[in-house]
Write a protein that binds this ligand. Structure first.
Ligand code: NAD
Ligand code: MG
Length: 306
């Protein structure tokens, strides 16, 4: 698709265009969804690349497991990977089946295999099972994207329960450890592990004490493990998104009053659309980034990072 049809949301990612106006600056109405939210019910809709991501054969024949692949960033990565030639196993929570089915159809429309593997990553046993099932269904595994995460804003430390603390840590960082550990025996040299961290890793919001500290841990885990696996030819990297419009934000990820201004304080002046992250993951998964190891690729609309 070209930029000449006048619909800026449908230009592909390779069309020369102004990034400020590639997407409108959205003012999401106040809305609330039970955790985990659904892309299906998000207002306004997001662009996960359904109409806009153009593949160029960069992941031909690859086999990827993506957690949190039903919606938001994970869905955009799944669509991008499939259009680049990869088969994809998708993990998500059972209550997200409707979102996941839509992404599976898009993967199949790209001529690739989609393997839905619902289950809860706070269950340690499931993390290992998931990896083995993905490798078995795909006939191997050479990309792991640890993207699932939970983010619940809480005003004060007094209100932050121990249960929430534990669940955030189990979902956001323990699951990465368990999934990655289980994946090692499947990953041949040339494989890539990509973890989703956040700008919150270095600029924590006062309402996201538990979440932001897991994201700092993910950055550190990535840089340490990258050195351990580099000699084996397995590259570990991370992507750190800024404010992206996804269901995470409306299932208590943000205080409700913050939604209408979501993303507006970035230098680019707008929230990101999930598909704007897909090329970062594609780059880190593809052999073209062979010398990029232990890196955190920031995709955040211009917010300064360390
Ligand atoms: P999202 O809600 O679309 O994706 C999060 C996914 O995590 C859910 O779809 C769900 O499938 C999965 N998940 C949560 N708990 C789980 C569990 N116990 N077991 C299995 N899966 C579970 O939102 P998103 O914004 O696309 O989030 C994806 C990642 O991006 C998260 O790690 C998030 O922290 C990170 N991130 C998002 C933003 C943003 O602005 N949206 C910014 C920085 C980082
Ligand atoms: Mg979801």
């Amino acid at each position: 698709m070209s930029s000449h049809d006048g619909d800026s949301t449908r230009t592909d990612q390779l069309t020369f265009q102004n990034p400020v106006t590639r997407y409108p600056s959205i003012s999401p109405p106040k809305q609330d969804q039970p955790e985990p939210g659904l892309d299906r019910d998000l207002e306004p809709e997001t662009d996960r690349g359904e109409y806009s991501y153009r593949g160029t054969g960069r992941l031909e024949g690859r086999k990827a497991l993506i957690t949190g692949a039903d919606s938001g960033i994970g869905a955009a990565v799944a669509i991008g990977f499939a259009r680049e030639g990869a088969d994809v196993a998708l993990n998500y929570l059972p209550e997200e089946q409707a979102d996941a089915e839509k992404v599976c159809r898009l993967i199949e429309d790209a001529g690739r295999k989609a393997v839905p593997l619902p289950g809860d990553l706070t269950n340690a046993g499931f993390c290992a099972e998931l990896v083995d099932q993905a490798a078995e269904s795909l006939g191997g595994l050479d990309i792991v994207v640890n993207n699932a995460g939970r983010q619940i804003a809480v005003e004060t430390l007094e209100e932050l329960s121990e249960d929430q603390w534990t669940r955030t840590y189990e979902t956001n960082i323990r699951a990465i450890f368990l999934v990655t550990k289980a994946a090692l025996r499947h990953l041949p040299a040339g494989s890539a592990i990509i973890n989703t961290t956040s700008v919150q890793a270095y600029s924590p919001s006062p309402t996201l004490i538990d979440y932001a500290s897991t994201k700092a841990a993910i950055n550190n885990f990535t840089k340490g493990l990258a050195q351990q696996l580099a000699p084996k030819g397995v590259r570990v990297n991370a992507v750190a998104p800024g404010p992206f419009w996804t269901p995470l934000q409306v299932s208590d990820g943000q205080p409700k009053e913050a939604l209408p201004d979501f993303g507006k304080s970035t230098p680019i002046g707008r929230a990101g659309q999930p598909t704007e992250l897909a090329p970062a993951y594609v780059f880190l998964a593809s052999p073209e980034s062979s010398y990029v190891i232990g890196e955190t690729l920031n995709v955040n609309g211009g917010m300064p990072t360390p």
